[in-house]
Design a protein around this ligand. Sequence first.
Ligand SMILES: Nc1nc2c(ncn2[C@@H]2O[C@H](COP(=O)(O)OP(=O)(O)OP(=O)(O)O)[C@@H](O)[C@H]2O)c(=O)[nH]1
Length: 408
Amino acid sequence: MGHTEIVLEDIWIYLVLAVVVIGGGAVALFRGRGGKPRDLPPGSGASGGARSGTATLDTDTDAAAGPVAPPEADTDTTAQPTAVEPAEPEAPALEHPEPAAGRLVRLRERLARSGALGSTLLRLLSRGDISEADWEEIEETLLLADIGAGPTDELMQALRTRVKVLGTTDPEQVRDILREELLTLVDPGMDRRLAASPVVGDDGEPHPATILMVGVNGTGKTTTVGKLARLLVAEDRDVLLGAADTFRAAAADQLATWGERVGVPVVRSDRDGADPAAVAFDAVKAGREAGVDVVLIDTAGRLQNKAGLMDELGKIKRVVARQAPVAEVLLVLDATTGQNGMRQAQVFADVVDVTGIVLTKLDGTAKGGIVVAVQRELGVPVKFVGLGEGPDDLAPFDPKGFVDALVA
Ligand SMILES: Nc1nc2c(ncn2[C@@H]2O[C@H](COP(=O)(O)OP(=O)(O)OP(=O)(O)O)[C@@H](O)[C@H]2O)c(=O)[nH]1
């Protein structure tokens, strides 16, 4: 007898437990599906069942098993169904850009076509008896690589002298000479650091380092602003972007996408063709208020005429300076445009104090010599080089790494 009663009692216990477990499972299932009972149409099919099911379960479990019921079931599924719904759609995970150090090494092989300069020179210089025709070929190679007339003459003289004095054809020794002479031309002594730290202004307040990006459309300016923001983020800087290229509507959208990927805010106008200076002003103001380290401002810089350009960039600079001094003006130049690019560079340098150059599209061009030419022409250093379309294909320029890649 006792045995049967015990068995019957057990069955009841199991039944109660089963109700509790099945009920609990129903609650868990709806949460597991995204916890959005609010989205389910009330009283219809599965949704209605789900809602009433959970409600019933709550009552049942309260009565039958008390503490076994999940305590939050009441609030979640009946009174405040929104509580289980995320407030906003899930933001995409932020990307982690590659640190600045090591980028040039990774991108070295992208200089392959410029590297043809090094290999041609090495081949000619390693000939036993270098003829005048060989020297002419060397000169032509340098000019074709856009090194510029002046630097080409200097390099020719230095090479003639040193190769003669050394009297060697040993490829390793010739390579060392070439490397040293090219490095001298690229000028490792130039200060290539980027002003990317806030400075304390006259008012005793910290001001973000404000960087204006200028250059002709199509050189990769907007892309470079995005890439530079990533590089600064990788270096633990707080960055804010200003979309002051209000001439091309898509530029602000482009910038917003770059910013979103790494959690960098973008200040833009909601009106096409807005005053670029006003956008730049708002960006720097927002950057100050947010206490960021760097504000990067993309500009349109249309080269319709010099006076127009001067007006636009001059006004942006003046207006921005009311919020924070302009720390840098980076000129973005397309390395593939050769002499045309040099002329553009000169116009920009005439209207605004350029503090550094970003050479884009250095991948896949044989015109790497433009590094030398543009530095000579403007007297300012190349600070960054663009070596591809990937988001982290922008590297701080390192003369030694660059020359090593050329004469590898
Ligand atoms: N291969 C290569 N392409 C690049 C590099 N930098 C930029 N680009 C490409 O150049 C094209 C033009 O870039 P944008 O940033 O739109 O040019 P922009 O100068 O801002 O043009 P505007 O906004 O009209 O002034 C894009 O397709 C970029 O991906 C680089 O270093 N290498």
